[in-house]
Structures are given as structure tokens and as C-alpha cells.
Design a protein around this ligand. Sequence first.
Ligand SMILES: NC(=O)c1ccc[n+]([C@@H]2O[C@H](COP(=O)([O-])OP(=O)(O)OC[C@H]3O[C@@H](n4cnc5c(N)ncnc54)[C@H](O)[C@@H]3O)[C@@H](O)[C@H]2O)c1
Ligand SMILES: [Zn+2]
Length: 395
Amino acid sequence: MPSSRAGHYCVVVGDGLLSPRSPVIASALGGQRALLVTTPTVARLYAASFDALAREQQISYDTLILACDEAHKTLAKVEIICARALDLQIERRGVLIALGGGICSDLVGVAASMIRRGIAHVRIPTTLIAQIDAGIGIKAAVNFGAKKSFLGSFYPPGAVIVDPAFLGSTSPRMLCHGLSEILKIAIVRDARLFDLVADHHAQLVRSRFQHPMEPGRQIIALAIQDMLDELAPNLYEDQTYERRVDFGHTFSPLFEAMSAFTIPHGDAVSLDMALTVNIAAELGYLSDVHRVAILDTLAAVGLPVHHPVMTADVCVGAMMATLAHRDGRLNLVLPTSVGQSTFWPDVIPTRVLEDALARLPHGGRGRRMPLRRPAEAGDVDTGEVVSAPRAAAMR
Ligand SMILES: NC(=O)c1ccc[n+]([C@@H]2O[C@H](COP(=O)([O-])OP(=O)(O)OC[C@H]3O[C@@H](n4cnc5c(N)ncnc54)[C@H](O)[C@@H]3O)[C@@H](O)[C@H]2O)c1
Ligand SMILES: [Zn+2]
């Protein structure tokens, strides 16, 4: 009894995809009846444009506007989507559309995976985080109790439609949160992407990612491609628990939960990355030049590199929770330079953790020192990178 199902989904990236003449969204829906799920802000900004497109492209749809924040990203909100689908008699071949940020696409993904044991969903991500991360993979989850993303499923979308024009109405904070996830993937595998962010983040945040056009579009395309390349060989996370995209996601779930979800996801990821680069340096994997370049770039982008929630006890608790999640191994992603990384399998010794925490700049966010990575094109190392763990790592 073979039980796997082959499939694929397209990620379309381009401008003007919400214009009435663009066939992209209609073609992703395949002529099926749809339930558009969106948030109040996104509805106010884009519902009329979607409606004009739907009329022109003969899309048959209803709308559900759902207010939701991280503290309420729960099964109860998923049930609201399911109830509306039931009311509207959305059939087995019906489609849910997530028009919104990562919370919207997570809720819709979970609902789609449950309604009639699984119906199609199409994602139209409207925040930077959703366009380059939350909307791209196949994971959808809600929080449960105090546990971040405890309930959910691996459930591929039918299509993902990314139009950077949506970013024009987002806030600088939201863009910073997206840049946090972009820096995550850049630090572990893509030095060119890191340089592009380091060089252009200020202008791009000021212009809401509309100018300069070329590097803005390049950053989004590279971040998406990097993400897909990392996910593809292990899409269902059943091949290995070593996942580079977990960088920034070992300690951050507990930081978020401990703050009752008042620390936004992108900020929590930045805090985790800052701590982890210090751990990498303490363990002898990362030179101080690269460590400082990463910390200064996070701060220059306006991301936090320290928060009172980051105590040794909380970090140990986060490692224990992660062990349960990664089959008994920590598999902490350690940068070895900007754009390269390795895995550390075991729990980090408490002394190393305490030293790494103590070395975090306690000045908070926003030290204005945008830096390129120290080794310029050609990646000639400065000679300071220590590529093997020091004996001290084992203390
Ligand atoms: N499933 C995954 O693989 C995955 C990956 C990364 C993050 N996430 C999740 O994504 C969530 C964060 O997503 P987010 O940062 O997009 O936040 P979000 O979904 O909360 O959106 C933030 C706010 O922005 C508004 N908004 C959305 N698009 C807008 C636009 N174009 N203009 C103006 N306002 C707009 C929304 O209404 C919302 O109020 C977290 O819950 C995180 O856990 C999931
Ligand atoms: Zn994330």
C-alpha cells in the first residue's frame, strides 16, 4: 500500500499580479469556487483591487475578514474559517485563498488541511516575512497553550503568488521583520544576499521596498530561491533534522512564548541569531570579525540583539524543548562565516551559553553601523576564521 502522493506547486514572483488583466491568480484557482480569507487592514487596502480582478477574470469567490494576532493564532480562529467554508458549502474542489501576512497564511493552511480532509489553498502573501518565508514552504501551524506552532500540518499550497507591490503599504517594522528572515537565510548560505541587504536595507525600508527596484527585487528573488533550495530535499522534514532554515529558530520560540507573544516573530529570530553567532564564536567556529559584522548588520537594520527574556535558564529550557522537536539532537545551525554554516548536534554547555549571553551588546536595537561582510567578493578569508572547534568548546 504505497501511501505517498507526488505533487508540486509553483511560486510565481512578479509585479502587477493583482492587476485586473493579470491571469495568474485566476489560473492558480483553476476555475474553482474560492473563499478569500484576509485581515481587516489588507481588506481595506486590497479588497477592491481583488474584486476588480475577480470580475475581469471571472473568479467566483466569497470573502472572510478575520482579525488575528499572534496571541490569537489558535484553533478557534481556524474553526471560524472552517465554519464559513461549511456555510458557503465549499466543495471538495473548492479553494481557500490566503491574502495576508504569515498569520493569515498559517491559519488558512491549517484550515485547508482539515476541511473535508484537505482542500486546495492558494497563498497571496502581502508582508515581507510571508513573501520570502511563511508563505513559501509547506508548514502551517497555530499556537496551542503557551506553545508556539504546536498544532499544524505539512500541507503544500496549490500555488504561491508573490507581488512585491504589496510591500508598498507595509510599515518599516514589518519590513525589518522580513529582513530578519532574509538575513537568516543569507547568513547560513548566501553571502551575496547578505551584502545586498547590508548595502540597500536603509533605502529599501524607506521606500517600502519600491526603490531601488533592482536590488529590492533581487533580494526577494534570492531569498525565495534560497529557501526553496533548502526546503526541497527535506520538504516533509522526514529525511534529516539538520535544517539550515532552523537558524534563528532554536531559542526564539521560547522567547516569543515567554513574552506572551509580545516579541514579534522577526525580532525573536534576530535575538536567536545574535545569541547563536556568539555561541559560534565561543565554540571557535566563527571569527570575531564575522561575528561583529553579523551583529552590527542586525542592529543597523533595526533588529534587536538583546532582550531581558534572554536568561540562561530560558535558553536551556529552549534547548530542551528543541531536543524533543528534533529527535533528541539540538542540530544548532552555527555560522562559520557570513554565508556558510555547520551543525552543532549536542546541547550547548551552560558556560558557553552564559559567556555568549554576556557578550551580547546590551544597548538594544539600532546601532547604525551597516557593514558588508568582512571578506569581500572572492571570499578570501581574513585568516581569523577558526574552522574547527577549540578544545574550550567542550568545557
Ligand atoms: N509557516 C511557516 O513556515 C512560517 C514561517 C515564518 C513565519 N511564520 C509565521 O508568520 C507570522 C508572522 O507573519 P507576518 O510578519 O506576516 O505578520 P502578520 O501576519 O501578523 O501580519 C502583520 C500585520 O500586517 C498587516 N498586513 C499584512 N499585509 C499588509 C500590507 N501589505 N500592508 C499593510 N498591512 C499589512 C496584517 O493585517 C497584520 O495586522 C508568525 O505567526 C510566524 O510564526 C510562519
Ligand atoms: Zn521564522
